[in-house]
Unconditional design. Sequence first.
Length: 303
Amino acid sequence: MPKGEWDMETEEAGLKQTLYEIERLRLQRQREISHHRYTPWKRFTQQELNDEACPTYKNLLVGRSRRIPDRQTMLNIADYLECSSGERNDLLLAAGYLPVQTELSPAMLGQAIEQAQHTMRALPYPAMVVTHTEDIRGYNELCSRLFDFPQRSAYQSLMNRVDLHFNLALPVRPRSTFDQASQQQWEAHAARGIRMFKQNYMLSRYDAWYQDVVKRFGQYDASQAFLEDMEAMEDASFELTQTILARSERRREWVPIRFKQYTISTGNLMHPRIQVFLPADEAAQRLFEELGSSVDCGLVDRL
């Protein structure tokens, strides 16, 4: 068979597979409309997909066009169909494009967590390992003492950063909102955290794990209007330091300290990441040294 005919047949087969995958997902969405999972205005018709995501879609269906949509158009179709990461990658692969890597396989994630935990244990600062699902997968003794983590096993199911910051039964939120100034600072950080989560995982917003994190936010007042207002008012000059009441065993009292949070990635992966907490004022530096941080905590201002 001449090369040109082979290429045409291969391209035609690729287009058929692409349209099959699109139609399979579109019809699946139509069947699921009654479950109220999707954007209310969508009806997932061929015409609507043509109008919203792929202007040549009707032509492709009737054979007036034989060119597989470009990669960005395929991503637009996946977005219109509210695809999960796996469904989006199925569409890309059907069209002959590389998939989008948004998360690790369970085996690779487990290996990466072990590597991150090993690095975390060697750090002379309070630190914890956090996955893309905001689960806390280990913290060192300095971190436990700084934030006064409960030791009872009943709290293990709450070891997620959403619960850590929002659950009033855990120590972080009450000790971060002890006066008006600290309350406002906590609200600003909460709004920033929600905004950053949405931005960082935009491509995963239809995945089950993402929806689970959103549900965690919904359990608390994280979705109330004041957070939306703070999010709208945030600007580039936002101060990244945080304030918390910490226990000084040497002075036998609670003292307000300011700290900053930094992220360390292990290897060439974004996740899991190590969250490291460093002192941002003299009171914090004294307390960190009291906890056992054995290096110059004043380095925070030069990082």
